[in-house]
Design a binder for this molecule. Structure first.
Ligand code: TPP
Ligand code: SF4
Length: 293
């Protein structure tokens, strides 16, 4: 898909992200789906820095930059304020990295989900704290190098299952998406926008700087994550109805791993364990998505 398919032009030129940044690509598609009546809340992270300095934001909608832990709380308050002003039909989009979602933002997000606040929360997941120099987060996959998991001590813990956590809150809508499948991502954003209550999108967004791959490979890396079932695409309605999105045939994880410098110290044993972990997660997801008898 080329940018000619994007008509709303809400994200203008001039952002300061690295070339090939998946999180930058993603915002164009998100805004295409949501339209101009959107208010965005962004915590500390790469997006809060590369968005530009007021009045030169690359986004042509209101944006609030907030403290790291407060994204969902601020988004909740913003929505309440808009409703009070008679602008309740406007969308509030919280847009946070994995550090700001899986780790530091999870308390406020859980609170907002429990209250079923009418917000869309997108976690652009680049699997580490990129803006402060590539530190491990609870979204970093096992076997990955980061500056806090050096080659001598690669990450061993599994990745937190954030969609399952949100589904356990019973939110009306939760889904995964990828920058490599923009039509699917935009359809999920539009669907989220049509539902009242808390919506959560877990978006896989490659980071050439932190993942150690060429900037021209960002979309291909993200596509291989889906094809190898490292990052399957699915939706969960009301925390109960799990549905797989259409996906390509399965590939082994080896090519996905080989494309990225962050996995280069892995070795065959850790790679085999990585593949087993992916297969286990897939089986568990397939069970949840299977129509009940
Ligand atoms: C309470 C608090 N702790 C730490 C920081 C420093 N900090 C700013 S951005 C950032 C990393 C954000 O990581 P993530 O949310 O994954 O977003 P990314 O940088 O990957 O876009 C950190 C640790 C901060 N601003 N506030
Ligand atoms: S470090 Fe990664 S996430 Fe941050 S701007 Fe660069 S490519 Fe994007």
């Amino acid at each position: 898909m080329t940018n000619t398919a994007l008509t709303q032009d809400i994200m203008g030129p001039g952002h300061l992200a690295c070339a090939g940044c998946g999180a930058a690509i993603a915002m164009r598609h998100a805004m295409e789906a949501l339209g101009p009546k959107t208010n965005i809340v962004v915590p500390a992270g790469c997006w809060s820095t590369f968005i530009g300095v007021y009045p030169n934001s690359c986004l042509r909608v209101p944006v609030m930059s907030v403290a790291f832990a407060t994204t969902a709380a601020t988004a909740s308050g913003l929505k309440a304020g808009l409703e009070r002003m008679g602008r309740g039909e406007e969308t509030v989009l919280a847009w946070a990295g994995d550090g700001g979602t899986f780790d530091i933002g999870i308390q406020a997000l859980s609170g907002a989900a429990e209250r079923n606040e009418d917000i869309i929360f997108v976690c652009y997941d680049n699997e580490a704290y990129m803006n402060t120099g590539i530190q491990r987060s609870s979204a970093t996959p096992p076997g990955a190098w980061t500056t806090t998991t050096p080659e001598s001590a690669l990450k061993s813990q599994r990745k937190k299952n954030m969609v399952a956590i949100m589904a356990a809150h019973g939110v009306p809508y939760a889904a995964t998406a990828s920058i490599a499948y923009p039509e699917d991502f935009m359809a999920k954003m539009a669907k989220a926008n049509s539902i009242r209550g808390t919506k959560f999108i877990h978006l896989f967004a490659s980071c050439p700087t932190g993942w150690r791959h060429g900037s021209e490979l960002s979309v291909e890396v993200a596509a291989r994550a889906v094809k190898s079932r490292v990052f399957p695409l699915y939706e969960v309605m009301d925390g109960e109805e799990w549905r797989m999105s259409p996906m390509p045939a399965k590939e082994p994880v080896s090519e996905y791993l080989r494309m990225q410098g962050r996995f280069k110290a892995m070795g065959p044993e850790i790679e085999a364990e990585f593949q087993r972990g992916v297969d286990r997660s897939w089986k568990s997801l397939a069970r949840k998505c299977a129509p009940s008898a």
